[in-house]
Design a protein around this ligand. Structure first.
Ligand SMILES: [Zn+2]
Length: 288
């Protein structure tokens, strides 16, 4: 099964479609839904969009076929073809739901595939833009094998979409990657990294002099603090001077080090509040 091979509205990466070998069938129904809830088995991309309309999520996603960035070209081509086909059907099902439900409709986004192949990325973006969606996501794993952001691919996609369309950098979360993607035109992000890092004692802080300045791509504007390090056992300063989060406003790095060391549940909570506040501050700087 491909990682996050397709998703249903409102639960991105929460459900996957199983890839069935091409030889098995050539019909759309070759994709079936794998769910931990047996009663939902057999859901198709089309019924997924119908479900999204009935659940009335604030933002729905058209079904898509996600590939690894370095998958073979033939696989990328199939993913793009399938993504566009599913997106068209998702759009139609979504519109039927809007008509039936009435009221203030939610938004529906589509996701661009194509791996690291420029022509496919641009083709997928253009075809999905032709169908018309409220916004667009950059699909597929956004990093290379070394953990570097696929900035070239993000750029191709952004350039191929309407300039004023909201663009969602799916899975882009590292602060310097966010800055790079923002500069390319992406304004929506979601990633588990800030909270996951916090729970593991990895906290972010603006470098001295960077907290009030809008960072640009390539800037070395933040650092990571590994609170488990023994150096913090006697560090009575806050994680970051000037941070107004509940951790920094009241407690020292040494106190957080102690909380983690004794396994106090508030350690993860305070660290998470700090990291989330770091990102709020970062986005305030980026958006001016
Ligand atoms: Zn803080």
């Amino acid at each position: 099964m491909a990682r996050c091979s397709a998703t249903l509205a409102g639960s991105r990466c929460g459900a996957s479609f199983v890839r069935i070998p091409a030889a098995a069938s050539s019909a759309t129904t070759r994709s079936s839904f794998a769910s931990h809830r047996p009663e939902r088995s057999g859901t198709s991309p089309l019924s997924g969009s119908s479900a999204s309309s009935s659940s009335w999520a604030r933002t729905s996603w058209s079904a898509y076929d996600c590939t690894d960035a370095d998958a073979p070209e033939a696989e990328q081509e199939r993913a793009v073809e399938r993504t566009v086909r599913w997106a068209r059907r998702s759009r139609e099902a979504f519109d039927r739901g809007v008509t039936e439900r009435g009221g203030d409709p939610p938004r529906i986004f589509a996701v661009i595939q194509g791996g690291r192949i420029e022509a496919l990325r641009r083709q997928c973006a253009a075809e999905l833009a032709g169908i018309g969606f409220d916004g667009y996501g950059f699909g597929g794993w956004p990093l290379d094998a070394d953990g570097s952001l696929l900035a070239d691919a993000l750029g191709w996609v952004a350039e191929s979409l309407p300039a004023d369309a909201p663009k969602h950098a799916l899975g882009v979360g590292r602060a310097d990657h966010v800055v790079s993607a923002f500069a390319l035109g992406y304004s929506i992000f979601d990633c588990a990294l800030p909270t996951r890092d916090a729970r593991h004692g990895r906290l972010y802080a603006f470098r001295s002099g960077s907290a009030g300045r809008r960072p640009a791509p390539g800037d070395d504007f933040f650092r990571a603090i590994h609170i488990h390090d023994q150096r913090y056992r006697v560090d009575h300063s806050p994680i970051e001077d000037g941070c107004d989060c509940p951790l920094c406003a009241r407690h020292s790095a040494a106190y957080l080090h102690h909380l983690f060391k004794v396994g106090d549940g508030s350690a993860e909570r305070l660290a998470t509040l700090h990291n989330l506040r770091f990102y709020v501050r970062l986005f305030k700087l980026l958006r001016g």
